[in-house]
Design a protein around this ligand. Structure first.
Ligand SMILES: Cc1cc2nc3c(=O)[nH]c(=O)nc-3n(C[C@H](O)[C@H](O)[C@H](O)COP(=O)(O)OP(=O)(O)OC[C@H]3O[C@@H](n4cnc5c(N)ncnc54)[C@H](O)[C@@H]3O)c2cc1C
Length: 314
């Protein structure tokens, strides 16, 4: 996510703000999406929210609920314009571009956020937003209350996943801090597909236990799809490292997602068939320092023999 984070940071300037909208508009082509079908009856269940054909045009979502999920993160629930008969259809790991115009700026602030709700959730869409000190967009998002509206464009396509229906495959997901949202979104979609035999190993690094989010969602996925999701949390904060308690089905360790942890995870994946249908083995989303250290040119993954083409970075 570092590349993406830095991209979003540069959008503070006039050039980049304009560039993001223009580039997004040019590259965005998924204009009309089909009706989602109820797999049980094969009958139309609901319509998919129809984003404008280009990101130059926007949609308004209305906030219905705001929940503080940890010390700096809120889960914001929005109602879709078409009500409960509509689903967002924003595919797994794709992001929406939010927009607001601060009174002291000439240009709007645009930032991408990955929904953590299912693309087929009736009538709602949820974002998990971490607040950064003086963060232009995240502060605005944290100020939203029920009834407020938010302008969104998109979606920005995520990873085009192909299911593995005939053979179990293993993939490695690595997240750092708030980079967990596209990773969670993809994991939930992969696991909930009854025709996909993919198994996921997730290594997630956070600075402290207070930074953890989506814990119950991951635990629920582990219960619901036994043997298909292994989760390890790496807590780097030294004060907390002494008092780590393993609760639930995930494993908790102190320290960073380091070479030894990555080697062990890769060996586990290699015991099966490592990589998805397209040959992607590792999916990464995290802050700049972690990205450099893990998936950078001289990063640990290349030392461990994982090629650049085998890694997808959100
Ligand atoms: C594809 C994509 C999906 C994303 N999905 C989510 C999501 O679901 N939830 C979410 O909370 N965020 C997500 N982000 C990050 C989000 O887009 C913003 O970058 C983030 O909220 C900060 O924006 P801001 O305007 O508040 O901060 P800015 O005004 O851009 O920055 C304010 C201050 O915060 C610091 N800062 C900003 N971002 C970071 C960072 N990542 N790490 C460390 N310091 C930082 C800056 O250095 C600066 O000092 C996503 C990013 C991408 C590219």
């Amino acid at each position: 996510m570092a590349a993406l984070f830095s991209r979003s940071l540069t959008s503070r300037t006039l050039l980049a703000s304009t560039g993001i909208v223009s580039a997004a508009g040019i590259t965005y082509y998924a204009t009309r999406r089909p009706l989602l079908l109820d797999s049980a009856q094969n009958a139309p269940l609901s319509t998919t929210m129809n984003f404008p054909w280009t990101m130059l045009f926007a949609k308004q979502l209305t906030v219905t609920h705001v929940e503080q999920v940890n010390h700096d993160t809120k889960r914001i629930t929005f109602a879709l314009p078409g009500g409960s008969s509509e689903v967002s259809g924003v595919s797994a790991s794709s992001a929406l571009l939010t927009q607001h115009k601060p009174p002291d700026r000439y240009l709007p602030v645009l930032r991408p956020y990955t929904p953590v709700s299912s693309p087929s959730s009736p009538g709602t869409l949820q974002l998990l937003v971490k607040k950064y000190p003086h963060g232009a967009a995240s502060t605005h998002m944290h100020d939203l209350t029920p009834g407020s509206t938010l302008t969104v464009r998109g979606p920005i396509p995520g990873y085009a996943w192909q299911a593995s229906p005939s053979q179990p495959r293993d993939v490695l997901f690595i997240a750092g801090g708030a980079g967990i949202t596209p990773i969670y979104s993809l994991a939930a979609a992969v696991l909930s597909n009854a025709h996909d035999q993919t198994r996921i190993t997730l290594l997630w690094g956070v600075n402290g236990t207070r930074d953890l989010v989506l814990q119950s969602e991951f635990a629920q996925l582990q219960r619901q799809y036994p043997g298909r999701l292994r989760v390890s949390y790496f807590i780097s904060g030294s004060a907390e490292a002494q008092s780590l308690v393993t609760e639930g089905p995930e494993s908790r360790q102190s320290g960073y997602v380091d070479k030894s942890a990555l080697r062990t995870a890769i060996e586990h994946c290699e015991a099966g068939s490592f990589g998805d249908e397209k040959g992607t083995k590792v999916f990464f989303c995290g802050p700049p320092g972690m990205q450099e250290g893990v998936v950078g040119k001289k990063g640990v993954l290349s030392e461990l023999g994982v090629g650049k083409r085998e890694v997808h970075v959100f």
